[in-house]
Design a protein around this ligand. Structure first.
Ligand SMILES: Nc1ncnc2c1ncn2[C@@H]1O[C@H](COP(=O)(O)OP(=O)(O)OP(=O)(O)O)[C@@H](O)[C@H]1O
Length: 223
């Protein structure tokens, strides 16, 4: 269960501050597939960074399965990010000179998983995202945008994270490919019992999630 309690994030701005997140409170039971909606500049990426421990909240608490992330020392925070969070980005962020298989194996190497297990898990995940034929292709020259995003989803799931954060994962894809990616995320949330939180502008895609949270003027409302 992910619990977000009264999270506030301020940035200095001129003489004062801006507060793109101003008292966000919600909770997501494990395995939920949820969307965050909101206009450009409404603070969606800021909130995602806080949940993924890439940034810290000004105040408030993020609690994952009873552990208050907001109070972890820096070393434990890195461990939390590495072990419990998977990230999916609009730009895929794959390593161009590594094969699809090697890209998915990499986070497991950082987590200290042995080579045979890394290979087996990476191949199984790439099979789940229907890239069995592309294991040894390199993203840069041989994979389409949709295929690269599927590799990045497999990579995000590599260490069996409790939470996957996806920032506009379909932003660079055509409508049909975008729908396939969302479908895939939904199925994986169920199969792997991972909570998935997707930031999207796309209402049609958001409609496929279990929960929709709208961020406006710093606060979240359930749609
Ligand atoms: N590091 C920072 N320093 C100062 N201001 C910031 C910082 N990061 C974000 N902001 C400001 O916080 C507000 C929210 O930005 P954020 O990127 O979270 O919005 P968003 O909803 O993700 O937007 P988009 O949909 O365009 O990606 C914006 O006004 C932005 O300029």
């Amino acid at each position: 269960m992910l619990e977000v309690r009264n999270v506030v994030k301020e940035f200095p701005s001129g003489d004062g501050v801006i507060r793109p997140v101003n008292g966000a409170t919600f909770s997501l039971p494990q395995g939920t597939f949820a969307a965050i909606l909101g206009r450009s500049g409404s603070g969606k990426s800021t909130l995602l960074s806080i949940l993924g421990a890439l940034d810290t909240a000004t105040s408030g608490d993020v609690v994952m399965d009873g552990t208050n992330i907001s109070q972890l020392p820096p070393g434990r925070l890195t461990e939390y990010r590495r072990r419990d969070i998977g990230f999916v980005f609009q730009q895929y962020n794959l390593i161009p000179n590594l094969s699809a298989l090697e890209n998915v194996m990499l986070p497991m190497e950082f987590a200290g998983v042995g080579k045979a297990e890394r290979m087996a898990r990476a191949a199984a995940l790439l099979n789940e995202v229907e890239l069995t034929e592309e294991l040894h292709q390199r993203p840069a020259n041989r994979l389409s945008g949709g295929q690269q995003q599927r590799v990045s989803i497999a990579r995000a799931l590599a260490n069996r994270p409790r939470l996957v954060l996806a920032d506009e994962p379909t932003g660079n894809l055509d409508e049909e490919t975008g729908e396939l990616i969302i479908e895939l995320l939904r199925n994986l949330a169920q199969q792997e019992n991972t909570t998935i939180l997707v930031v999207t502008h796309d209402q049609a895609l958001a409609a496929k999630t279990d929960r929709r949270l709208r961020l406006a003027r710093g606060t979240l409302t359930e749609e």
